[in-house]
Write a new protein. Structure first.
Ligand code: ZN
Ligand code: ZN
Length: 291
């Protein structure tokens, strides 16, 4: 089984178009995992931030075949669902898209997605989309999505936020997607006392970890409790869990391309000091990684 990971949006919180962010991109969280193996081809989409719009266009341009895909949502903050109404395959009656994610408190995922497309804020209601959609709730634990075995773990982030670990059912590389997560001590989240140990075990040995690196170490003093991590903490986690490659993700909206260059080179220096085997990858729109 071969897998290909593609980033369609790597920005956090809000889209940031403009000349100062053109190299790394301004679209928010969206990553795809294409798998090709004996069970055929499959596509899993991780998050539906504004990066899902260019993904939809690329899918439509690449093939006239109807789209069958799974969409896993980490949580329903705007930057992870806001592109959903602009996903072109939704407007093709031959598309079949299965959406997976957690409820928020007592509010079902489908209700959150429906209200995002309420007629007072968007012209096309969810139930009038042409595609066939299904929405399935997931909880921390194990379940299957398409040709993948998936494990989900609660993150330290406001709301019910999950990270996902995906491994092809027939064997192959593991990818962990953890876009929003506070590794530092700040904040008050609904996780148990063994959380850090559980997190390291959850990530251990993954071929690729996509992790929140919204802040610098200096900024963490001010933003402790906001539900995000520094690149320093992300590198330390990757080293502790023995992952092969770390993609730094969910860039702060204010971070320019030049400032991101500095952040990434600092992260690479720290990784090299750690053990030399961890590859730190700068998350940018259009990045493709074959596993
Ligand atoms: Zn976010
Ligand atoms: Zn969030």
């Amino acid at each position: 089984m071969t897998c290909r990971v593609t980033l369609w949006g790597a920005r956090g919180s809000i889209p940031t178009p403009g000349p100062l962010t053109a190299r790394y991109g301004g679209n928010t969280s969206c990553v795809t995992l294409h798998a090709d193996g004996p069970e055929g081809r499959s596509l899993v989409i991780l998050d539906a931030g504004t990066g899902i719009r260019p993904l939809g266009r690329a899918l439509v341009e690449a093939s006239q075949e109807p789209l069958v895909a799974d969409l896993l949502i980490s949580h329903t903050h705007w930057d992870h669902i806001q592109g959903l109404p602009f996903f072109a395959p939704f407007y093709d009656e031959r598309s079949h898209i299965r959406i997976w994610g957690a409820r928020q408190g007592q509010v079902p995922l489908e209700q959150i997605l429906r209200e995002q497309m309420n007629p007072v804020v968007f012209p096309v209601p969810l139930h009038q989309l042409d595609a066939t959609l299904s929405v399935t709730h997931v909880e921390p634990g194990s379940f299957g999505v398409g040709t993948f075995d998936v494990r989900a773990l609660r993150m330290r982030h406001p709301g019910n936020t999950l990270a996902y670990r995906l491994t092809p059912r027939t064997g192959g590389p593991s990818v962990v997607f953890a876009p929003d997560n506070e590794l530092g001590p700040g904040g008050n989240y609904d996780v148990g006392p063994t959380w850090r140990r559980d997190l390291v075990a959850f990530i251990a040995g993954a071929d690729l970890l996509v992790h929140d690196a919204m802040f610098t170490a200096d900024e963490m003093d001010r933003y402790s409790g906001w539900g995000h991590s520094s690149h320093v903490e992300a590198v330390a986690l990757a080293l502790e869990a023995g992952v092969r490659r770390l993609v730094l993700f969910h860039h702060r909206p204010e971070r320019t391309d030049d400032a991101l260059d500095e952040l990434f080179s600092d992260a690479r220096m720290r990784a090299a000091r750690g053990n030399g085997n961890l590859e730190v990858i700068a998350g940018f729109e259009g990045l493709e990684i074959s596993l």
